[in-house]
Design a protein around this ligand. Structure first.
Ligand code: MRU
Length: 363
């Protein structure tokens, strides 16, 4: 089904169709050329959509996983289980195995598991209702979280000039607003001009295909650069801050994000430019001490050699190394912006404090 999309802020890139009981996603692999929504019900196609980045970005993956486990458990008729609990856990494990780095995937599935277990003595309809409500809540909360992250982020920016960003931490990677792009949407809403340099983000081009599309559709000034142009743009004094999202943050603030992020952080330090990481608290993994413990996803070599080209752009047999993420050392990060406030170093202490916060403060 094709639908016309205007401002990406006004579309839902991942949601539940309540009537058809389908997980609906905007197929991000086709952007910016084609705006197509996919309707998914079978476990296999839900897993495929996450593996192939049709739905991507840490919070959106979490939302898709929550709706995905609900839809596949109750509506995938091909699964050979009579027992509801077995079916739920089978779907949960299959979805959990789709991508290893973004913690929101596991976080959302754990929430769904808790909901299942706390309702398992009830009838199937009650379980179904509770799981649907939980998945919808995960999505609704993400929108509120991202708006709050955006407000804190905006307080760090000066009107005018440019920020730099990497990958796509935008509205389509979340329920709405994005993480690192949320301050730019709020700036636009308040009539504050802040321009963006978007790194193209080899090899899957999330910056070129998604961020530059998203921001230009929303009327935000965006300039696309190749990843290897970041240094010259920073040296020319154009950049007031680097804003990035994240897929997993360790207790000490080490941050896994799209491959290339740590290089940008090193450059930002060299040019004395603030480097800000935007993170829902759900992306902080308090079970790990440092980035050493984060599993980095290694993806298909074809993404580098041939996926985007009519003809291969490298010898077919060449050895390829394709890590999808890297870990930015906490010493390179100026601040981590969450929905509860802005955490500055030392992150080990201040991330612990910020999760206790109910109101809005800085630590
Ligand atoms: O492989 P992707 O496209 O899922 O990687 C996404 C990123 O690295 C984003 O920067 C991150 O998830 C932040 S999303 C708001």
């Amino acid at each position: 089904m094709n639908e016309q999309i205007q401002n990406p802020l006004h579309i839902s890139s991942v949601y539940l169709d309540d009537v058809e009981n389908e997980l609906v996603i905007l197929d991000q692999t086709l952007l910016p050329n084609e705006k197509k929504f996919l309707r998914l019900k079978a476990l296999e196609e839900i897993v495929e959509a996450i593996v192939f980045l049709r739905v991507r970005g840490a919070p959106a993956i979490g939302i898709a996983a929550a709706f995905g486990v609900y839809v596949s458990t109750f509506y995938d008729k091909s699964l050979p289980f009579n027992n509801l609990k077995e079916k739920f856990f089978y779907c949960k494990e299959k979805i959990a195995a789709s991508r290893p780095t973004a913690v929101n995937l596991f976080w959302a599935l754990e929430r769904m598991k808790e909901k299942f277990l706390s309702h398992e003595s009830l009838c199937e309809n009650e379980i179904k209702k509770a799981l649907k409500e939980e998945a919808n809540l995960i999505k609704k909360e993400d929108e509120i979280v991202c708006r709050s992250i955006g407000e804190y982020g905006l307080s760090l920016l000066k009107p005018g000039g440019f920020v730099m960003t990497h990958c796509n931490p935008g509205s389509i990677a979340t329920a709405k607003y994005g993480t690192a792009l949320a301050p730019l949407y709020l700036a636009k809403e308040k009539g504050i001009d802040v321009g963006v340099f978007a790194c193209e983000t080899r090899p899957l081009l999330q910056g070129a295909r998604l961020t530059s599309w998203e921001l230009s559709e929303a009327g935000i000034d965006v300039t696309l650069i190749c990843d290897n142009m970041a240094s010259i743009v920073m040296k020319e004094g154009k950049i007031q801050a680097v804003l990035v999202g994240c897929d997993r943050i360790a207790k000490n603030g080490d941050t896994a994000n799209k491959i290339g992020t740590s290089g940008l952080a090193i450059l930002a330090k060299h040019y004395n430019i603030p480097f800000y990481v935007f993170s829902p608290i759900s992306t902080i993994d308090f079970s790990i001490e440092s980035g050493e413990e984060i599993q980095i996803e290694i993806r298909n070599p074809k993404e580098i050699t041939s996926q985007w080209y009519e003809k291969p752009m490298a010898p077919i047999e060449v050895k390829v190394y394709n890590p999808a993420f890297d870990v930015t050392d906490n010493s390179l990060i100026t601040a981590i912006i969450t929905e509860n406030g802005i955490a500055y170093p030392p992150f080990k202490e201040n991330l612990e404090k910020i999760i206790q916060v109910n109101g809005k403060v800085e630590v």
